[in-house]
Design a binder for this molecule. Structure first.
Ligand code: NAP
Length: 338
């Protein structure tokens, strides 16, 4: 385990904001994690786990504890009956796994191409896009139990996955070491979402997982700000899932509102409300704004602070609640101040 001191959180998160982390421990194994936690305990410091920091907002006051940066490598494929098991270390970039699977012609995660972040972060919010989510293919997760100091394997059921949700969001007691997915040698493109259906109509090749992944990356690059230029964590808010009667009442007020059947109710489109009801597309506050091409995304330019991002998010939440009665939930996680 290597330990660095006084590291800017802007270098550890894709929002590129925040103060300084007192310590950053680079963890390449479960033993490194145990060592970093022992260091934190010995010095009575709090700890926090980060991968590529692509879904987190860091406090401007910094973090006076130990950030565990999970860098566990390793990517392998093994045939088991009809399926291909893919196992990836928590530090492997998610898109590296997607590309490696596509290269071998394996189906199952191609619609999740281009999502920033690590394989270890993927189960935390059960990443999803274009009608697929991690839970569709996930078989198991190896974890380090910070309370017992042991490593164990959780099944998909143990992970309590929901819409952009899992048990890992509610408790930090388990640190993800490795994930295993079941992919398929035979498959077919899932093109239900309008952008992929439009790509098909436009004659974009979509015959292989590699084709679909390339199409998804191209669509995403049109809708999301370039990370090299701006700070962002992608979609800042979740889409609300409401009961059928609440949806019917909203449809009366907002004819034309998109609504999709989902687990546990009807899923609405936050981006649609921000755009069509609140007219917030491109809305700017200081160094931050709601991205012109996708208002669900908060963008931070050079000089932005996390408090500015948070203030903009609060304003959006308040306006949404006052106008529509809907309480937005954040997809992006707030790093604790201590
Ligand atoms: P979009 O296609 O304009 O659709 C707007 C919203 O409606 C999406 O958020 C999606 O919900 C929902 N939706 C659209 N078509 C649907 C269908 N056929 N069935 C069920 N729900 C449908 O959305 P977009 O902004 O371009 O994003 C496309 C996909 O990429 C979405 O799945 C989105 O979640 C994902 N994405 C996520 C992030 C992130 O940072 N988390 C970033 C980029 C893209 P869902 O979000 O539940 O799919």
């Amino acid at each position: 385990m290597t330990l660095a001191e006084q590291v800017p959180l802007s270098a550890l998160t894709t929002f590129k904001t925040g103060g300084t982390a007192r310590y950053v421990a680079e963890c390449r194994s479960a033993e490194d994690i145990a060592e970093a936690l022992a260091y934190a305990r010995e010095h009575a410091l709090p700890w926090y786990v980060l991968g590529e920091g692509s879904n987190v907002l860091a406090p401007d006051d910094g973090y006076a504890g130990v950030i565990l940066r999970i860098r566990i490598e390793g990517l392998s494929f093994a045939e088991e009956d009809e399926r291909m098991l893919a196992t990836a270390g928590a530090g492997v970039s998610w898109d590296t796994l997607v590309a490696a699977a596509a290269e071998r012609g394996f189906w199952g995660i191609e619609n999740l191409a281009g999502i920033p972040g690590t394989c270890g972060a993927a189960p935390v919010q059960n990443i999803g896009a274009y009608g697929s989510e991690l839970a569709d293919t996930l078989v198991s997760v190896d974890v380090f139990d910070t309370e017992s100091g042991e490593t164990r394997t959780l099944s998909r059921e143990d992970c309590a996955f929901g819409y952009r949700d899992s048990r890992f969001k509610r408790s930090t007691a388990l640190i993800i070491l490795r994930i295993t997915l079941a992919l398929r040698k035979d498959g077919a493109p899932q093109l239900a979402y309008k952008d992929l259906a439009a790509a098909k109509d436009a004659g974009v090749p979509l015959a292989t997982p590699g084709d679909v992944g390339a199409a998804v990356r191209e669509i995403r690059s049109r809708k999301f700000p370039p990370l090299a230029e701006y700070g962002t964590a992608g979609s800042f808010f979740k889409n609300p899932v409401v009961a059928a009667d609440a949806c019917a009442a909203l449809l009366e007020r907002y004819p034309g509102m998109p609504a999709y059947l989902a687990d546990g109710g009807i899923k609405l489109s936050t981006a649609w409300f921000l755009d069509n009801v609140l007219s917030l597309r491109g809305y700017r506050s200081g160094h931050t704004w709601l991205y012109e091409r996708q208002p669900l995304v908060i963008v931070a330019e050079a000089g932005a602070s996390s408090s500015e991002v948070d203030a903009l998010a609060r304003e959006v939440e308040a306006r949404m609640r006052e106008t529509t009665g809907i309480t937005l939930e954040r997809e992006v996680r707030m790093m604790p101040t201590m």
